[in-house]
Design a protein around this ligand. Sequence first.
Ligand SMILES: C[S@@+](CC[C@H](N)C(=O)[O-])C[C@H]1O[C@@H](n2cnc3c(N)ncnc32)[C@H](O)[C@@H]1O
Length: 231
Amino acid sequence: MSLSGGLPYHLKALRFKKDFWDSHEAGVASFLDAWNPTAKNLILVGPSGGYSLPTEWLKRFQVIKAVEPDFLARVICETRHHIKPEWFRRKYPFHDPEALALFKDPDAAILFCNLLGQIEIKSTTRLRKTLEHSLRGREWASYHDALSGDAVEFDLEDAPRKRATLAQMKSWIYVKGPRSGPIEVNAHYAPELFQFRDDLNFRYWQWRITSHYTHLIEGVFSERQKIDANQ
Ligand SMILES: C[S@@+](CC[C@H](N)C(=O)[O-])C[C@H]1O[C@@H](n2cnc3c(N)ncnc32)[C@H](O)[C@@H]1O
């Protein structure tokens, strides 16, 4: 299990969620409201303990299927939200288009919960093609890491509701406190995955995940109506 999942992640949530995760939870909630899928069922991919998902929003779906290989995460998610998803208990093989048959349920919207950008993949091009193929004609959304760094925050006043370039994202970096040395900010691969369509909707918000470390989160969603109209 990588550092983005498993026990280290649950301990991080236990230690920092109450004091620092508010803006992320608000960002996810407003992103999900903007997406507002019409499907009656939901597929969650990598929800962990559901720490950033609003219970009321989850409850509006009749059936929830969820892919989550971490046992502890599944228990925490059920307890926190009082839901009983139909669990897929192994890591999803994203490199295999045939294995993505789970996503074929036409009555389900699909939500990738800060997972893309964290899993190990063979190539971004391959994953982009797999996603494009599997998500065609579906209501889907993903929120994922775009940038992250130590002792920085992100000034998002001018963030657009359309795709931001890496240069734009870099211009939002706000260095906290006096620093003499260089600042290191990581660029994550996830934003490169969603360059297969021009009509996607974007939102940006920040997740101060610990007292000193902050992520810029990119949310992207596609509406079913828009896809159908284009087909
Ligand atoms: C960083 S956590 C997600 C954060 C979580 N959504 C939240 O808001 O608290 C990533 C999750 O993805 C799960 N995961 C890792 N690889 C996966 C895969 N290939 N398929 C599905 N889930 C996976 C991990 O077990 C972990 O719970």
